[in-house]
Design a protein around this ligand. Sequence first.
Ligand code: FPP
Length: 246
Amino acid sequence: MSYKDQIDLFKLPEHIAIIMDGNGRWAKGKGKLRIFGHHNGVLSVRDVVEGGVDLGLKYLTLYTFSSENWNRPKLEVMAIMELMVSTIHKEIRNFMEKNVRLNAIGDLDMLPKKCYDELQNAIKTTAGNTGLTMTLALSYSSRREIVSAAKNIAQQVKSGEIDIDDINEELFGHNLYTSDMPDPELLIRTSGEYRISNYLLWQIAYAELYFTPKLWPDFRKEDLFEAIMDYQKRERRFGMTSEQVN
Ligand code: FPP
């Protein structure tokens, strides 16, 4: 029986976040350039999105390019940006067919104009879709996001819009890039690395973490289903006792 058939659809996480890691190593293992890994990583993205749509998942957030990734060799950065432009352009039709809404978080102004324009066009085109919301974290740094939220709030206090006593977790969350989505219940990282790498630090406070040795270009929807199965076996206690949650 496939993992998909064993998933309890009533206990599906609403939001899954993924750190797609291992493209470079995957390519190196095949004696190819790193960009070959990124190209194959796109096939994994397509398959995982399809898996999410099949299940009726509401939110999928993919760590596509971190703020730190700008420090990679110029050629690799340019190739990833080109890949993003062509992929987003090609995928719009697929998103429309599958009722997927594209979204993006991060310092999007840092993106090359062509990439920024393609992204905004796809976001606008798919804005009315009501199925899966697929968010690309691009030029994203969680610490910067938190600092930016703190600055926004400080500004609101300074202007008298809010009182200092109005600041609480809910208000803070509303000032993050992810204000319009629930926190991820499940975070998946591929490639056998056990790190969070500056990703959704505030939002994953109570997320279940799932690490797999598979490199991202080898990850497919069946692996997503396996991760969800694993998640469904866990007891989420939120600081309470096992007896309380049961
Ligand atoms: C991490 O692997 C992967 C990236 C930094 C890029 C991810 C980008 C894609 C999969 C393309 C997706 C495009 C769209 C439009 C969603 P790595 O290069 O850090 O691998 P390594 O750790 O083995 O070096």
